[in-house]
Design a protein around this ligand. Structure first.
Ligand code: SF4
Length: 163
């Protein structure tokens, strides 16, 4: 979110602050829906719930700041979240650094890509709704093995040795 706020404003597009504020409100709405119907917590849903939701929020920010119609905003958020479903939390050595810092960068790229796709497709033909993807997030979080929920018991947290 901060990277894209910067890119939309002084660091790149130089959109008016009011547009970026509108985008942040749309991002907040997406975050609320994910929190209310699924989870934002890596301890509950792995990284899909943390970076995935952040990426969906950022996609809504970018779309809204570009005056996209509501369906395009929804589709952008949906695409960004969809392509994080199933992502586990596995911080190397228990530190929120690897893979976390790079995942944030990839999440920002996916958010912009999701907006690019959503704004170049026929919005009404988008097959998967944001509601459906949030439901999938909730169900995947429930099914995910606890080893992948911010416990550092599997994945990169286990396979990378720091010495
Ligand atoms: S991998 Fe890092 S960024 Fe992703 S949920 Fe775990 S701690 Fe958070």
């Amino acid at each position: 979110m901060p990277a894209l706020v910067y890119a939309l404003g002084e660091g790149g597009r130089k959109l008016p602050p009011a547009k970026i504020r509108d985008g942040m409100l749309a991002a907040a709405a997406v975050g609320y829906l994910c929190k209310h119907h699924a989870t934002l917590s890596a301890a509950e849903g792995g990284c899909q719930a943390e970076i995935g939701v952040a990426s969906a929020m950022a996609a809504a920010l970018v779309a809204t700041a570009h005056d996209a119609e509501p369906r395009v905003v929804e589709n952008a958020a949906e695409s960004a979240l969809e392509h994080h479903l199933g992502m586990t939390c596995d911080p190397v050595a228990g530190y929120v650094q690897i893979p976390c810092i790079e995942r944030c960068a990839f999440g920002a790229v996916k958010a912009w890509t999701a907006y690019a796709i959503a704004s170049n497709e026929v919005a009404a033909s988008h097959r998967v709704s944001l509601d459906q993807t949030i439901l999938a997030l909730a169900e995947t979080a429930r099914d995910m093995n606890s080893k992948y929920k911010e416990t550092s018991e599997a994945g990169l947290a286990l396979s990378v040795t720091l010495c």
